[in-house]
Design a protein around this ligand. Structure first.
Ligand SMILES: Nc1ncnc2c1ncn2[C@@H]1O[C@H](COP(=O)(O)OP(=O)(O)OP(=O)(O)O)[C@@H](O)[C@H]1O
Ligand SMILES: Nc1nc2c(c(=O)[nH]1)N=C(CO)CN2
Length: 164
């Protein structure tokens, strides 16, 4: 059984439609999907706000590399072009964790190293799995509590937007 946590983000074009492309790509394997959140950009701050969400997926036939291929194919379907690191994009699908797999391969770092610092991942993930742990880092509720109030307040639920 392979269970993965995926983080979805978009800040270009029809952002909600782009997140839905990612959801459609994993729909048969979907276990849970968070609400959609409007989030202040981190990394490169001078860019439009993102929509972010997190989903949990499960498929006995897929290993972590297969989840990466699914993620990259969804990004391509959303016409993603890579221009700037941490810059604007139609769709970003990150593999946050897969079971307890740890990987130092730069093509697939697991758990995703940015996770402990990103309220835009931790808040949606906590919504759908309040007891979740990030392997090697502990409970995600504790990770979130360590972030600054400004980081947490930059992530606002958008109940008017739905993914499924
Ligand atoms: N856990 C992971 N999930 C998705 N891509 C990963 C992961 N680990 C490494 N990568 C690699 O990262 C590259 C994509 O980087 P990308 O342009 O999406 O980075 P970014 O979104 O700007 O930054 P960040 O990875 O910090 O979110 C791909 O080549 C992919 O192979
Ligand atoms: N709030 C937020 N900021 C970002 C995001 C993102 O998904 N959400 N993704 C980035 C590129 O990986 C850069 N900055």
């Amino acid at each position: 059984m392979s269970r993965a946590v995926l983080s979805l983000g978009s800040n270009l074009g029809d952002r909600l439609a782009c997140l839905r492309i990612a959801i459609e790509a994993v729909r048969p394997a979907l276990v849970a999907v968070s609400s959609v959140y409007e989030t202040k950009p981190w990394g490169v701050e001078d860019q439009p706000d993102f929509l972010n969400a997190v989903c949990v997926v499960e498929d006995p036939a897929r290993d972590h590399w297969a989840w990466l291929r699914v993620a990259q194919s969804a990004e391509q379907s959303a016409d993603r072009v890579r221009e700037l690191r941490w810059g604007p994009r139609t769709l970003d699908v990150d593999i946050v964790t897969v079971d307890g797999v740890s990987s130092a391969d730069p093509e697939l770092l697991l758990p995703h190293p940015g996770t402990p610092d990103r309220a835009s991942v931790l808040i949606p993930w906590l919504e759908i799995d309040p007891d979740a742990e990030l392997p090697g880092h502990g409970r995600i509720s504790d990770l979130l509590a360590r972030l600054s109030p400004a980081d947490r307040e930059g992530v606002v639920r958008r109940p008017d937007l739905t993914l499924i």
